[in-house]
Every structure is written in C-alpha cells, then in structure tokens.
Design a protein around this ligand. Sequence first.
Ligand code: 5GP
Length: 114
Amino acid sequence: MPEKNIFKKIIDKEIPADILYEDEQCLAFRDVAPQAPIHVLVIPKKEIASMDAIDHEDAELMAHLWLVIRDLARQLELDQGYRVVVNCGEQGGQTVDHLHFHLLGGRMLDWPPG
Ligand code: 5GP
C-alpha cells in the first residue's frame, strides 16, 4: 500500500494536529509552521490532490469549505481582514498533495506575495 499523505494521516487521527473545526466533510487545524499570528489550514476529507483536481461534482463541497473558512475567520475575530490562499502545483508553491486552503490573518499581509 502507498504511504499515506500527511494530511490524510491528520484526517485519520494517526498524527496529532491542533484541530479547530471538524465535520463530516472537512477539517480545520493550525499550520505547524505559521506564517502569520493566525494560520489555519482547511482541508476536505475527500482526497483531492490539488486545486487542479477538483471536479464539477465537488462544487457543493467547495462552497461548504468557503463557508467554513468564513465562519472560522469570524470565530478567530479576524475582523480587520484576512487572506485565503491555495497554492497549486510546483510553481504555485504546493508542498502537500492534498487540497488545502490557508487562512492567514492577525497582521498586515504584503502584496504581491513572494
Ligand atoms: P503548501 O505549501 O502545500 O501550500 O502548504 C502546506 C502547509 O502544510 C505548510 O504551510 C506546512 O507548514 C503545513 N504542514 C506540513 N506538514 C504539516 C503537519 O504535519 N501538520 C500541520 N499542522 N501542518 C503541516
């Protein structure tokens, strides 16, 4: 059997994570190497490798993820603003092959990104 992806291991509770939210479709946990005071990863439980791999049948799941992100931002009191980032592929800076949304906030974020 192929080695499980690190995020799949977090979903399956085989490795620990600081989980902020979970439901039947998704999981949100703090990034192990935070790039801002608030840095949360929101991932679908469905194994989707990247943004490039989403399908039309995932449309409802994607809408759900955005609403979870919005609710988390409110819960975490990011009322001054925040950023949601999806890195896709090598040039996009993706390092884990399981779709994930970075929710970043708690400081002034630069633009353009590096
Ligand atoms: P990417 O570079 O693929 O967009 O983002 C992957 C993110 O996953 C990185 O920000 C990295 O710090 C985070 N990460 C990698 N391994 C782990 C882990 O085992 N636990 C947690 N909580 N975050 C991880």
